[in-house]
Write a protein of this length. Structure first.
Length: 283
């Protein structure tokens, strides 16, 4: 099983804070993140593009060297945080997608994750957003085909999961699938276990594992959904992972923390989460 970790787990270390957080004195670059992955024997890393410059030769060299040290290592760029195409209202963001697809191709990467919007788009009817998003995804798929890559669209708390999956399937492309995020599914009222039982798992190209807690008064997608120690929240990651394991899921399964619950630290939760995934998936 391909167990990984995403840089958003340490977003405060990359200079980003949400309204639920305070800034971190500790600051990282990709170098420190890769060192954390190596220390914890994690072979798959996904890199949020908002913390990167796609045309930085030093970045390409560092990532190429990291990959070259171990043939089992894998990288995927995770494009679009915080709001991707803003539900289709930011078509100019396509240039950035294409830049990171080009870098992915140069590095020989197999897939890239994108987001179409975020929780602030959820209230806008899907039928208003899909016509704006369709030509953007069509262009991305053209380039992905040229590069022999796959595109994974994350449920970014912007659509009900089944609605997003139907949209993905409407392109009838083997190169387009979903990046399924457990925590984000709960934010929009979906049960991740039921989702995995209902959808075609073959159309899931990547999984982001969060365990979040439902907080009273924060039930909307825009509320506070803090990450907790894995197995103690409301996302039921253990059951979800067992469904994926039984299916023989072979694509990346990635730890991604949101803002962590009061009293917890990113490093503490990340290490525990990696261990939780290994126990559930490897035994």
């Amino acid at each position: 099983m391909k167990i990984g970790i995403d840089t958003y787990s340490f977003h405060r270390f990359f200079g980003e804070t949400t309204k639920w957080e305070i800034a971190s004195e500790e600051q990282w670059t990709v170098t420190e993140f890769l060192q954390f992955a190596d220390t914890n024997n994690v072979k798959v890393v996904t890199l949020e593009t908002c913390y990167l410059k796609p045309k930085d030769p030093a970045l390409e060299k560092e990532l190429s060297q990291w990959l070259a040290k171990d043939s089992t290592r894998e990288i995927a760029f995770t494009w679009g945080h915080p709001n991707g195409f803003d539900g289709g209202k930011k078509p100019e963001a396509l240039e950035s997608v294409l830049d990171f697809l080009s870098l992915s191709h140069s590095l020989g990467l197999e897939q890239m994750r994108i987001v179409l919007g975020n929780h602030w788009n959820f209230a806008t009817p899907p039928e208003e957003r899909f016509p704006l998003l369709t030509p953007l995804i069509t262009k991305i798929l053209e380039v992905a085909t040229e590069y022999d890559m796959r595109i994974a669209v994350e449920n970014h708390a912007d659509f009900p999961v089944r609605t997003l999956m139907k949209f993905i399937e409407s392109f009838n492309s083997p190169r387009l699938g979903m990046c399924f995020d457990f925590g984000n599914s709960i934010r929009v009222g979906d049960d991740p276990v039921h989702v995995l039982q209902d959808v075609d798992i073959n159309k899931i190209f990547m999984v982001q594992v969060k365990d979040v807690r439902k907080m009273p008064g924060h039930e909307e997608p825009t509320g506070w959904w803090p990450t907790v120690l894995y197995g103690t929240g409301d996302a039921n990651p253990g059951k979800c992972l067992q469904i994926l394991k039984a299916h023989g899921f072979a694509d990346p399964i990635v730890v991604e923390l949101s803002n962590v619950f009061t009293g917890l630290t990113e490093k503490e939760v990340a290490v525990q989460a990696i261990g939780f995934l290994r126990k559930e998936l490897v035994g």
